[in-house]
Design a protein around this ligand. Structure first.
Ligand code: 5AD
Ligand code: SF4
Length: 466
């Protein structure tokens, strides 16, 4: 709702020329890139008079931006579509029209099936064609059911509008910026190479221009996004191929951009220039999401990760030597086909050795079309569930220990948004923790020095150090 008000009040003088106001409700599932994509789609629709609404019943267009990474994520989409079908019918009975669109990775992977299984859906659009969304909606208006899942030859980023100032401001002082999309790694469990396609890196000039726009709108922290972000390689101003380390260096020259992060990285793509960026750039936050997925070399091989646990541990030692206060986060999959009790014990040992500030862990989910789906020796559900429980208990213990170790430390906090109590704000620590602190709302966007005084289950407490 606030977003809508901000958009409408930002350009009152344009109201006369603007197309009639229509409302779009966007529901985002899955990863941060989907959050970024949802914002880009909302921006693209704004030209046709669409404003965002938080109330689904009020929407002229409901767009589900979906995730296909695990079976459960995809199932959620079909149950949401069932509810939407009923809402569409109810609204039609009241003489109000509602279009339903499915975007994202389920759209890409199962477009035909969605149209077949869910007759209420008007539009299916894959991640590579978002710039064609306004045109696709016009086709829907003409009575077509649209399927837009071909990989576009044109660069969608060149056609999508850059982040709008008023909307960016309403979205807050931190922002995502996609620099790389797709993946060529083909881990045997993963659908990403099939849904997001092969690796594409955006050029430096495009990224710098977008980052500058975000900063001009008040953004203080940017997280560079990519499925394989540290494989990013783009042509720089000098005509040479740059790596992510060079890109980060360039972005630190943007005045007012206080903090940089990037996610998600693959261990094989952590090159020297990126490690040195952690040493040299104070703006680069000392926090790295570096998934290994399993602590067993046998399973890593079966997953086609193309590195060993020893190489991973040695790599972390190098990164920590460059930036000693760096904390790690990771992803783990339990119950990959053929995973034995010993393999799983190796994962627990690896977690003990590395020590994570935070980590995500999942039961292996068979994804049709991936090599993993063809493997025999699937692990029974109850075994997966027990392993996941043990792993999550250990990871939670480490997360709590990391939070406890912060108590008494003085750290920089980026004040982000109002807290739950009046007079309180929530900020982000360098290690991505939420921190509650007494501060005025006029301070949102400031970086203040605070002393951590306590740790709750999901956030820290702090007081401002004067
Ligand atoms: N089953 C379970 N987890 C998966 N992930 C990716 N594919 C699967 C799958 N088939 C997890 C990985 C990845 C994270 C984004 O999702 O851990 O790093
Ligand atoms: Fe999937 Fe990441 Fe492996 Fe690429 S590197 S296939 S996105 S898990």
């Amino acid at each position: 709702m606030t977003q809508e008000i901000a958009v409408l009040s930002a350009k009152p003088d344009m109201a006369v020329e603007s197309p009639p106001v229509r409302k779009v409700f966007v529901k985002t599932y899955g990863c941060q890139m989907n959050v970024y994509d949802s914002d880009r789609m909302t921006d693209a629709l704004a030209k046709d008079g669409y404003v965002s609404t938080d109330v689904m019943e009020d929407a002229d267009l409901v767009l589900l931006n979906t995730c296909h990474i695990r079976e459960k994520a995809a199932e959620k989409v079909y149950s949401a579509l069932g509810r939407l079908r009923d809402l569409k019918k109810k609204k039609a009975g009241e003489g109000r029209e509602m279009m339903i669109g499915v975007a994202g990775c389920v759209a890409q992977a199962e477009g035909d099936e969605i149209l077949r299984r869910a007759p209420a859906v008007d539009l299916v659009i894959g991640p590579q064609t978002y710039h064609r969304l306004p045109e696709a909606l016009k086709r829907v208006k003409r009575g077509e059911r649209v399927l837009e899942t071909d990989y576009a030859i044109e660069d969608k980023f060149e056609h999508l509008p850059a982040p709008d100032k008023a909307k960016t401001r309403a979205r807050g002082v931190t922002a995502f910026l996609t620099v790389q999309e797709g993946c060529d790694k083909f881990c045997t469990f993963c659908v990403v190479p099939y849904t997001r396609g092969s690796e594409v890196s955006r050029p430096v000039a495009q990224i710098v221009a977008e980052a500058q726009k975000l900063v001009d709108a008040g953004v203080r922290e940017i997280t560079l996004l990519g499925q394989n972000v540290n494989a990013w390689h783009g042509v720089g101003a000098d005509g040479e191929q740059w790596g992510l380390g060079e890109l980060l260096n360039r972005l630190t020259r943007i005045e007012g951009l206080a903090r940089l992060r990037y996610t998600t990285s693959h261990p094989r793509d952590m090159d020297d220039s990126l490690i040195n960026a952690h040493r040299d750039l104070p703006q680069l936050m000392p926090y790295l999401h570096l998934p290994i997925q399993s602590g067993s070399n046998r399973i890593l091989k079966a997953m086609n990760r193309r590195h060993t646990t020893a190489e991973y541990i040695a790599l972390i030692a190098r990164i920590k030597a460059a930036r000693p206060d760096l904390a790690l986060s990771g992803d783990f999959i339990v119950g990959f086909p053929g995973e034995t009790d010993e393999d799983f014990e190796d994962t627990l040992r690896l977690v003990e050795t590395v020590g994570y500030a935070q980590a995500f862990s999942f039961k292996y989910s068979t994804r049709p079309g991936t090599p993993g789906a063809e493997l025999g020796d699937q692990v029974p559900e109850d075994v997966k569930a027990k392993r996941l429980e043990r792993l999550q208990a250990l990871l939670l213990e480490q997360q709590n220990a990391f939070a406890q170790a912060c108590i008494g430390k003085t750290i920089d906090l980026l004040l982000e948004k109002p807290g739950r109590m009046p007079g309180q704000l929530i900020g982000r620590s360098p290690w991505l923790q939420s921190v509650n602190v007494d501060a005025k709302s006029s301070q949102i966007g400031d970086i203040v020095s605070v002393r951590i005084t306590g740790a709750g289950p999901n956030s820290l407490f702090a007081e401002v150090v004067s």
